[in-house]
Design a protein around this ligand. Structure first.
Ligand code: AGP
Length: 612
């Protein structure tokens, strides 16, 4: 999604903006731009299509834009193609108002017509230009200040936005507003910052305020004021960021993705440790006491993408261990139907970013229906974390690569731990069983480390298949859930078409797609289902497919039906996704590298999808 940075202070604004936008590149973008209030009292706007490096070159690394106040933007095109003209900042006809925006203004066509009838002209296809001119319109029509003009605009627009605005009449000041798109304000000595995400400004400030929904802020050097929609000043809590800026740097690795894969043991260890107190599972820090947990009649897991796959991977554990029905749904589907909800069920919203638009909308709908909501998020202070009744945090640290790896692994163990707590509250596991499960949970990081030690073999295999056209991942039960995530990883960063199929469904149609040499990856970790999936692999092999089997140590006979076998350490049957996913992540990574692709920022994708 788009990235926003704003700066007011004593440093070179353009340098801070370029640096901050660089830290937000992971969000995905196709053009960029910035506006700096110059030392000569004039505000200049420079925009560029393509990578940030084009903007850097155009401005000679910011040198051509001297000044101490400015706003910058990386745009991920929604309304209008990626082009210099559509890139932000946008400005009113007389440059009175200049703004950058993340989100979508749903009623922009109607507003544009209104503004056209008032004499405004439009040069771009964007909804942002419309919102910029609407602010200008209210500002002039009612002869009011920036906060009132922005508030009037907020009431009039529908959709989502994070806005950063400069007014010609208020030099050195920046105004911010948000609804459903993240925005933070960071505080410094005689300077302040606005950004879509903390890494953009972490080098300069660790004191961060999260702008709430329908709130505004004004920054001028070290002065920061927050406002509600009525224009009244409000107090905001300052959050001290404790993680290091190195967490969001490559630190010698070629890509963030491979760095983050190697951080999985730590992400898993830290997350599991946060749920264990004196050797027992304990979710009281999230206020999920035994009383709350034992009252849960059923569990519904709502999420998107990889976070959804986590739900698919844990639903068997929830049903078998807790004796609780578990439904897993895409947020983008759930939000558009009226699901029959049990008043005592709990709905878990899984999200790394905590800002995914569909998941957030699903959460709000569920809350309106007075159902218990639990957010399982990685980003502290994100919208889903703030709005859920209960919050469970994964401790994966900042994840920069668009393709999730360590956050997915942390989500898995958080969900295993939650299922254990639920089973315990429902008296479905005794102390001995609880200790056994905790022991297995705590053993996962060292097993992941062992898999990482064997990465060269996966790298070699990936080099053989970097020109593959189609890849199929098949498995049954939990192995199908692993297949879904393996397949998504491959397609998102290697651009190879891949699909995940329930192995038993192959013969109902899909098998006709197989050609000589098509790679079929069989996931074989569930002892009770291995034989059945092996039969499907044999069917594929007979039709010319090349078979890669991914199974647990001990199942050596699978080598008879495969061309290449990868083994993972044994663990509790519910925990195999945590191990099986590691070779699959490495496989996708090495294919992407072999193809010379932009591993961390794959085309058309954004790290957090804050639009529908
Ligand atoms: C995974 O690699 C993707 N980048 C994507 O599917 C992601 O998991 C999805 O957009 C959900 O994001 P969230 O966890 O931040 O809500």
């Amino acid at each position: 999604m788009c990235g926003i940075v704003g700066y007011s202070g004593f440093r070179d604004a353009s340098k801070i903006l370029l640096e901050g936008l660089g830290k937000l590149e992971y969000r995905g973008y196709d053009s960029s731009g910035m506006a700096v209030y110059g030392l000569d009292g004039k505000t200049r706007i420079v925009k560029a299509k393509g990578r940030l490096k084009v903007l850097r070159e155009k401005t000679l690394d910011g040198e051509t834009l001297p000044g101490h106040t400015g706003i910058g933007h990386t745009r991920w095109a929604t309304h209008g193609e990626p082009s210099e003209n559509n890139a932000h900042p946008h400005c009113s006809d007389d440059s009175n108002v200049i703004a950058v925006h993340n989100g979508i203004i749903e009623n922009y066509v109607e507003l544009k017509e209104k503004l056209l009838s008032k004499g405004y002209k439009f040069y771009s296809e964007t909804d942002t230009e419309v919102v910029t001119k609407l602010i200008d319109y209210y500002y002039k029509k009612y002869n009011i200040g920036p906060i009132d003009a922005i508030a009037k605009t907020m009431v009039r627009v529908r959709g989502s936005y994070a806005l950063c605005v400069m007014f010609k009449d208020y030099p050195g000041e920046i105004y911010a507003a948000r609804k459903d798109s993240p925005l933070i304000v960071a505080l410094g000595e005689k300077e302040s910052f606005i950004a879509s995400d903390v890494p953009a400004v972490l080098k300069y400030s660790r004191d961060v305020c999260y702008l709430g929904n329908l709130e505004m802020a004004r920054i001028k050097e070290g002065d920061v004021t927050f406002y509600n929609l009525n224009g009244d000043a409000v107090d905001k809590e300052v959050t001290k960021i404790t993680w290091d800026s190195e967490c969001a740097e490559k630190g010698g690795w070629e890509h963030f993705m491979i760095k983050e894969i190697h951080e999985e043991p730590k992400a898993v260890r830290d997350t599991v440790a946060s749920f264990i107190k004196d050797g027992s599972i304990d979710f009281s820090a999230s206020n999920l006491t035994d009383e709350v947990l034992s009252s849960i009649s059923a569990l519904r897991i709502i999420a998107c993408g990889s976070s959804y796959h986590v739900g698919e991977a844990v639903k068997r554990m929830v049903e078998e261990l807790c004796g609780v029905a578990c439904i897993v749904e895409y947020a983008s589907e759930y939000r558009y139907r009226t699901a029959i909800l049990d008043p005592d069920e709990a709905v878990i919203f899984i999200s790394q970013s905590g800002e995914t638009a569909d998941t957030l909308a699903a959460l709000r709908i569920t809350k309106e229906r007075n159902i218990k909501t639990i957010g399982l998020v990685n980003v502290v202070g994100s919208a889903i974390a703030r709005e859920s009744d209960y919050v469970i945090y994964t401790l994966a640290g900042p994840e920069i690569a668009v393709a999730t790896t360590k956050a997915y692994s942390a989500q898995l163990v958080a969900m295993y731990s939650f299922a254990l707590a639920l089973a315990k509250a429902k008296k479905r596991v005794d102390e001995k069983k609880e200790k056994e499960i905790i022991y297995e949970l705590e053993s996962l990081p060292s097993k992941i480390e062992r898999l990482l030690d064997e990465k060269e073999r996966i790298q070699w295999f990936a080099s053989k298949f970097s020109s593959a056209k189609d890849v199929f991942f098949i498995g049954r039960g939990i192995d199908w859930a692993i297949s879904m995530e393996g397949s998504l990883k491959l397609k998102e960063i290697s651009y190879i078409h891949s699909e995940a199929y329930a192995a038993g469904e192959l013969k109902h149609g899909t098998i006709s797609l197989l050609e000589d040499g098509t790679l079929v990856v069989g996931i074989l970790t569930d002892d009770s289902l291995i034989e059945k999936t092996v039969s499907n692999l044999t069917e594929c092999r007979t039709r010319g497919a090349y078979i890669m089997a991914l199974t647990t140590y001990g199942h050596y006979s699978t080598e008879d039906s495969s061309d290449f076998t990868v083994y993972i350490p044994r663990t509790l049957k519910y925990f195999t996704p945590s191990l099986a996913i590691v070779p699959l992540q490495l496989f996708s990574y090495y294919i992407s590298v072999a193809k010379g692709l932009d591993v961390d920022k794959p085309r058309n994708l954004a790290k957090s999808v804050t639009v529908e």
